[in-house]
Design a binder for this molecule. Structure first.
Ligand code: GTR
Length: 397
């Protein structure tokens, strides 16, 4: 029995498959047997996950008019293979720095892009002196300020040369520019303007997802980017964010979840590794307050995370795990794909080509892609190789 209330140290994560409670997943199809009936069922699920998990909204226009300023000169990168453009968007009065790493051919034809948040500021994604440092609260530094010395610090998580060589661009922004990632009672970031959420309104994840959609509003006006071919990607909490962004905004043509785990791709009912009680206690600002009613009561949830994945159908979806990232429950992430697959099939798509979990280091790719790689909770070059291959097939750069 897992403790209902803190102290947190009473929580012991389960990593034993034989101790997983028996469970029955809600039927993702909800009785629907014709593709024409899916949009109505999908709308019901989307509304349910909005009210009970991530929180509703904000409305598209809630942040007011978005202003766009090209605040830095464009620079050449990768020995002339690409260029970097930096744009400052003002959304809900917050300055948000967007960095676009684009192949030169984007000057002639709009290119498909990967788009995702970074954890440490745009300057950590690629080592270049022209990249602007965030001015706001940083999660990872001692004094919570951005540092020059962190230029390129997370470059191993962003295969920019590989992306550009494959004919794609990368659009990235720092998630803390939108909403600093700590439980502050929703006083800062865009919440300072949007106001604190009600029990069924957007927590931080839904708010980060909402801002990604606002960036798409702007990308629709950028000549070099093909806004109809955006692959939204995120790691960990930002993978939860990319899934919700993809579920709630069909303009994302492809969705990638890297090690998103609990509250992301993993099935909550397995209670393997991180659980709902654990995540809602550690990070009370991520989901809406309604979600806490399922703490230690996973079997009472009228949905599970296979439904989250199915909301992305028929668009291509890639879920990736890491074998040592047990906290995120690799098998639970895979099973979510298996149980989202019937919706892809209903919609005439290939879905997931297997029902048995691929061995470590092997990628399966249909309309749903999946792999579990060796190693820890991270984004590695191996992950990007699969994402690029998958995106090449579905978005044809
Ligand atoms: C952990 C959290 C996970 C995951 C991770 C991350 O502390 O428990 O759900 O989101 O952080 O974002 O790196």
């Amino acid at each position: 029995v897992i403790a209902q209330d803190p102290p947190a140290k009473r929580f012991v994560a389960n990593y034993d498959e034989s101790k997983i409670p028996s469970y029955t997943l809600p039927d993702v199809l909800g009785g629907v047997s014709h593709a024409k009936d899916w949009p109505a069922k999908r709308a019901e699920w989307l509304d349910l996950l909005s009210r009970e998990m991530f929180g509703r909204g904000p409305a598209a226009e809630a942040g007011g008019n978005i202003t766009v300023a090209n605040t830095a000169p464009e620079v050449e990168i990768l020995g002339g293979k690409g260029f970097l453009r930096q744009t400052t968007l003002t959304i809900a009065e917050q300055p948000i720095e967007v960095a676009m790493f684009l192949p030169v051919k984007a000057k002639e034809t709009a290119v498909p892009v990967f788009m995702g948040y970074n954890f440490g500021g745009n300057h950590t994604v690629f080592d270049h002196p022209a990249i602007k440092l965030p001015s706001g609260w940083m999660r990872k530094t001692d004094d919570h300020k951005a540092k020059e010395s962190d230029r390129g610090a997370n470059a191993s998580r962003w295969a920019i040369e590989r992306i550009v060589d494959a004919g794609f661009g990368l659009v990235t922004l720092y998630y803390g520019d939108v909403d600093p990632d700590y439980d502050d009672g929703f006083q800062n970031g865009v919440h300072a303007v949007l106001g604190p959420p009600k029990v069924d309104e957007a927590g931080s994840i839904a708010t980060w997802a909402w801002a990604l959609s606002r960036v798409v509003d702007v990308l629709e006006t950028v000549d070099e980017v093909d806004a109809n071919r955006i692959a939204v990607i995120g790691h960990s909490r930002l993978g939860k964010t990319s899934l919700w962004a993809g579920a709630s905004d069909p303009r994302f043509a492809l969705v990638i979840s890297n090690n998103s785990g609990c509250g992301g791709a993993a099935l909550s009912r397995r209670q393997y590794g991180e659980t709902l009680w654990r995540i809602n206690t550690s990070f009370p600002h991520w989901f809406c307050s309604n979600f806490t009613k399922y703490n230690n009561k996973e079997d009472t949830m009228p949905f599970d995370n296979h439904v989250l994945l199915a909301l992305i159908a028929p668009r291509p979806l890639y879920v990736a795990s890491a074998v040592e990232d047990r906290w995120a429950d690799p098998k639970g992430e895979f099973l979510s794909c298996v149980h989202a697959d019937p919706v892809y099939k209903l919609l005439g798509k290939e879905g997931l080509p297997t029902t048995s979990m691929p061995t470590v280091g092997n990628s399966v790719q249909g309309t749903i892609g999946y792999h579990v790689r060796e190693g820890k909770h991270d984004v590695k070059d191996f992950d990007w190789q699969q994402y690029i291959q998958f995106a090449k097939r579905h978005l044809q750069p």
